[in-house]
Design a protein around this ligand. Sequence first.
Ligand SMILES: [Ca+2]
Length: 338
Amino acid sequence: MQARPGELMYILGMREQLAGLRLPFSALVASLVLVTVGCSDGDEGNDEAADTESEDATETTEGETTESTGTEAGESESDSESSGTDDTDSTGSTETETETETETETETETETETGAAFECDYEVSPEGLLVFEGESLPINEDWAVATDVEGYYAGGYIQWTRSSFNQQPGNGLMAVSLGIHEAGRYRVQWRTRIGMGDNPTEHNDIWLRFVDATDYYGKQGNDPETRRYPKPICEDPDFIAGVEALPEVSEATCPNGSTADGWLKVYSSGATEWKWSTRTSDNDAHDIYVEFAEPGAYVLELSARADFMLLDRVVIHREDVEQDAVENPDLAETPCPR
Ligand SMILES: [Ca+2]
């Protein structure tokens, strides 16, 4: 999982160009796409690389925004036509034009917020929860679905059956597309347990990253909070200064322990039994958060770190969702379309 030398130089140059922008995660994203593509067999990844290499990172971000806006506007147009017709029927001829325009704008906004249709694997429910089972992931390489350890939810759990990759993310890469209808910050939680021995600090972590989210980090505390960002973005002083300038953030830095290429090592604490525990930064526990500036479909990636780390269920939820609702054993998966 290495970028070719030419790609790496491109990545570094791009990061310098983007230093100081407040959406610096897009710089990371653009670089990650290239790194991923360097070793990817997937056609989708290669397509993304072709797009990205032809533009600098800023243009890529703007292009994506324009594309999605264009699609939404296109969908709204047909709705507007029908509403215009209704108005004409029910209103006096003198006022028809003005009222039709007003109605059209209102309808467009509503459709953008609630009527968007995403191509995705799972999406956030109206209650603010996106749910999928470990055993539903696109299993590859040496991941395996198992049911040996009782107490799992739904059809089982998954585990990595080969040796650990403590410093090398990207092995056994599994990607999931997430439909986000409401922009904002979401928390990521999963239910896991260690699958070998009784030392809770062994066999207790998986690599996790978000390729195209607006922001992705570990968070501890509230008002103010501290944040832990993956490498390489956390090593950029301008990026960190921008985060620390936010009124709600008192401090931001790299996590303790391993991180690379946008991946955070996400671990459980004390999961000698099935447990909801989802953290990063060794001995400095930060919960996992991801931000989406716009509604749309976003990619979550998992890759193997510890062997015998059992992953049962993943929940990604709005911040206002109660913990009891997150941990509800009866939660069903939330596939697209809802
Ligand atoms: Ca399960």
